[in-house]
Write a protein of this length. Structure first.
Length: 417
């Protein structure tokens, strides 16, 4: 089937193009700015902007989460702790009603270390590992839980994580101070160094969970490839900015998560009818709540750090840390919070175009997703069409007119739900 989108403003993941026509053939973009083939189905995009499908570079997800993300034009989610590793996501990869996914598997952390402190005792947000998922589909194999307290243990887990399908390797560097659990077991520098070095020896991208400046310095000293949080314990220093910039690491600041940790809810986003119309009661209650573990934090400091990092040449990526619809993990919702993060990045001082790059071409490039995040001939037809012009007014990203995943248009009813 051939589809031609005409009369569109086209943002290709980097800049706005002069072209106004895009042709989809099957699951790929066939051409941009070329004549419309005879017999093509025409989508008139007058007054709208066509974007690459958005990428959330920090989630914890499920099939339901992936379906919700797609309704908001998020066509890929990057899981930072979970079971959607290579062999577990085959059905997801072929299902154009849900977003695509990549996963770290489980992060390297000591026994009793982060994220165990976030959950009530005996809490489990879904079927236990190895159990069928609510009677749908095959059982998920028991995941590799890479508990490590020594360099030797961390090194030994790297090939196991790769073998079981991790797309990148995550390290938890967290003493629990931001989460209200100071003294939490934490990787030491030697263990972190050894694990990162072994992962890099295998050619794997490494990422770190680090919420404080000290933890960030540890990760950078270890040679980490990316930071999937931004420190929030105090204002940035010139030293930490220079360390990050000099290392070449990217940063996924997850400003929406930091705000939630400070007790700032997503209520303003939930009040937007473009969001409320697509969320059920559970997600609305979650979005209106917050983590609330670090009320002494200053969101202004976080936003300033984002801008200083960006000005220093650090790649900023959009991520949310959204997981499941429970109010104690609140302030976030799949898909919707990507748009909230874009708004925060603009509030920090990025231009709308710079923010859009952070949700499209930049994460695709940093995570090696060479077939998406851009609009160009031969690339996946993961596309988002929105009314208005988000390259000048960032909140227009929520004006969803249509979503395509691999060239298949999501049903309008699903988008509007």
């Amino acid at each position: 089937m051939t589809t031609a989108i005409v009369n569109a403003r086209i943002f290709d993941g980097v800049d706005v193009l002069d072209a106004s026509t895009l042709v989809i053939e099957g699951d790929r973009i066939a051409s941009v700015g070329e004549p419309v083939p005879a017999g093509a189905e025409i989508v008139d995009a007058t007054g709208a902007t066509l974007l690459p499908g958005l990428i959330d570079a920090h989630v914890h997800t499920s099939r339901a989460g992936l379906a919700l993300a797609l309704r908001f034009g998020v066509t890929t989610e990057l899981e930072m702790q979970g079971t959607n590793t290579r062999d577990n996501r085959r059905q997801i990869s072929d299902d154009d009603t849900v977003a695509d996914v990549r996963s770290s598997g489980f992060g390297i952390t000591p026994p009793g270390g982060h994220p165990s402190e976030l959950f009530p005792k005996d809490f489990r947000p879904g079927p236990p590992p190895g159990a069928p998922s609510a009677g749908r589909g095959p059982a998920v194999p028991d995941p590799v839980i890479p508990y490590s307290t020594t360099p030797e243990e961390a090194v030994a887990y790297i090939p196991r994580l790769i073998e079981t399908g991790s797309d990148y390797i995550k390290f938890m560097v967290d003493d629990g101070s931001v989460e209200g659990h100071p003294g939490l077991p934490m990787l030491d520098q030697a263990t972190l160094d050894a694990g990162v070095a072994e992962a890099r020896r295998h050619g794997m991208l490494t990422v770190a969970h680090a919420l404080t400046i000290d933890a960030t310095r540890m990760a950078i000293d270890a040679g980490i490839g990316g930071l999937v949080h931004l420190f929030m314990d105090r204002p940035h220093t010139r030293e930490i900015i220079d360390l990050i910039a000099g290392s070449g690491a990217f940063v996924v600041p997850c400003v929406v998560l930091n705000a939630s940790m400070m007790g700032i809810t997503g209520a303003e986003l939930a009040d937007d009818p473009r969001v409320a119309s697509r969320l059920d009661e559970q997600w609305m209650a979650t979005l209106r709540s917050s983590f609330g573990h670090y009320p002494q934090g200053d969101i202004g400091d976080v936003l300033t750090s984002v801008k200083v990092l960006h000005d220093a040449g650090v790649d900023i990526l959009v991520g949310t840390d959204v997981s499941v619809p429970f109010p104690f993990l609140g302030g976030l919702a799949h898909g919707a919070s990507v748009h909230h993060e874009l708004q925060y990045l603009v509030r920090a001082g990025l231009t709308p175009v710079e923010a859009l790059r952070a949700a499209t071409s930049t994460p695709a490039g940093r995570f090696g997703l060479s077939d998406r995040g851009r609009i160009g001939a031969g690339l996946r037809a993961d596309l988002l069409l929105v009314d208005g012009d988000p390259t000048t007014t960032i909140s227009d990203t929520l004006n969803t007119r249509a979503v395509w995943r691999r060239g298949t248009r999501l049903a309008d009813a699903a988008v509007a739900r």
